[in-house]
Design a protein around this ligand. Structure first.
Ligand code: HEC
Length: 171
């Protein structure tokens, strides 16, 4: 009996291999399945839109809300896209919570408005965190720090030019 053990082991391994080779192959990995679902959802989402996303964005770009979101994003993530002598602006000078308040105050400096007037502590945050570079009045320092009271902020202007170039390509 003892001599038969190796033979039995070999036979069982062979049977197991045979069993495995007859198993239907798993056609899709979970990742492939998720990708397919996501693509499907995206396709439906695109279909539901009558116009391109960038056309919608172009319309939104003229609103104060859009400018506010841009300012908040600069405060949170910084900006390094222009050629000011001040160099780049780092993100995180203010907490995300304060960023929204400060953004409303900056809008007011340029004669625009958030839905609600800026919160009480917003000017204090602006003065202590931003004014050192952008000035108490937000007008910046010629060539060194950008003017935050421009009718259209540089970043918004740049985004608009980009979206328009996309639009020109699809026409
Ligand atoms: C250390 C100086 C400094 C401080 C402090 C600073 N910034 Fe800036 N900021 C800059 C510079 C420099 C740029 C231009 C960076 C670039 O080239 O993209 C800039 C760009 C910006 C822009 C984009 C302007 C545009 O026209 O698109 C906004 C908005 C802005 N800052 C808001 C703020 C706010 C609000 C604060 C306070 C929370 C702040 N910054 C604090 C130096 C500063």
């Amino acid at each position: 009996m003892k001599q038969m053990i190796p033979a039995l082991v070999i036979i069982s391994v062979l049977f197991y291999a045979l069993y495995l080779s007859n198993q239907p192959k798993q056609t899709k990995s979970p990742i492939e399945k998720t990708e397919k679902m996501t693509n499907l959802k995206y396709a439906k989402h695109i279909e539901a839109h009558k116009e391109h996303h960038f056309e919608e964005e172009l319309k939104r770009l003229r609103t104060s809300q859009y400018t506010k979101e841009y300012i908040v994003s600069v405060i949170n993530h910084g900006s390094n896209q222009f050629n000011f002598r001040g160099g780049e602006m780092e993100g995180g000078f203010a907490s995300p919570n304060d960023a929204a308040k400060i953004a409303c105050y900056v809008l007011e400096l340029s004669g625009k408005k958030c839905k609600q007037a800026h919160e009480k502590d917003a000017p204090m945050f602006y003065s202590s965190i931003c004014a050192g570079c952008h000035g108490e009045d937000g007008k910046g320092l010629n060539g060194t720090y950008p003017d935050l009271t421009r009718k259209k902020l540089l970043g918004v202007e740049k985004r608009e030019a980009f979206l328009k170039s996309l639009m020109a390509k699809t026409k």
